[in-house]
Ligand binder design. Structure first.
Ligand code: FES
Ligand code: FES
Length: 155
């Protein structure tokens, strides 16, 4: 199956996507964009979060054919767009341990801050509720989002 999509601003075509393959598989296995992680493949962990036509989705739940013609932004595209501040805040706050959840969390945090530049704890926990982390206990992730929201004032 042929799938054409715009990924991080560039037109990409995959000629040999399987009928049952997902957008996650297209991104990782066909396009080499391994920043988007594959963990549960059931929509439960948020590791595979990307923007699909401007909305955050779990790419493991989107069939490749459904993404045909769509615009996709992955965590690699966020970096290019200047979301490095969010990534730096995660590192500085100690919110990255094994790092497997981090790309999905960065996507969710970036989306939250785009809509709410000064979120409270409850806003952050609600926005990140779909992203599981086995390592950090979440408080450092919340701290990281606060830090990203106020990079010059948060200690
Ligand atoms: S891999 Fe998609 S939600 Fe877990
Ligand atoms: S840092 Fe390991 S799963 Fe979150």
């Amino acid at each position: 199956m042929k799938v054409s999509l715009t990924v991080n601003g560039a037109r990409r075509t995959v000629d040999d996507a399987g009928e049952s393959e997902t957008l996650l598989q297209v991104l990782r296995d066909h396009l080499g964009l391994t920043g988007t992680k594959n963990a549960c493949e059931q929509g439960e962990c948020g590791s595979c979060t990307v923007y699909l036509d401007g909305t955050l989705v779990c790419s493991c739940l989107v069939l490749a054919g459904q993404a045909d013609g769509a615009e996709v932004t992955t965590v690699e595209g966020l970096s290019a767009a200047g979301a490095a501040a969010v990534q730096e805040a995660f590192v500085e706050a100690g919110a990255v341990q094994c790092g497997f959840c981090t790309p999905g969390l960065v996507m969710a945090a970036h989306d939250l801050l785009a809509h709410n530049p000064d979120p409270g704890d409850d806003d952050i926990r609600e926005a990140l509720a779909g992203n599981l982390c086995r390592c950090t206990g979440y408080q450092k992730i919340v701290d990281a989002v606060h830090r990203a929201a106020s990079p010059t004032t948060t200690p």
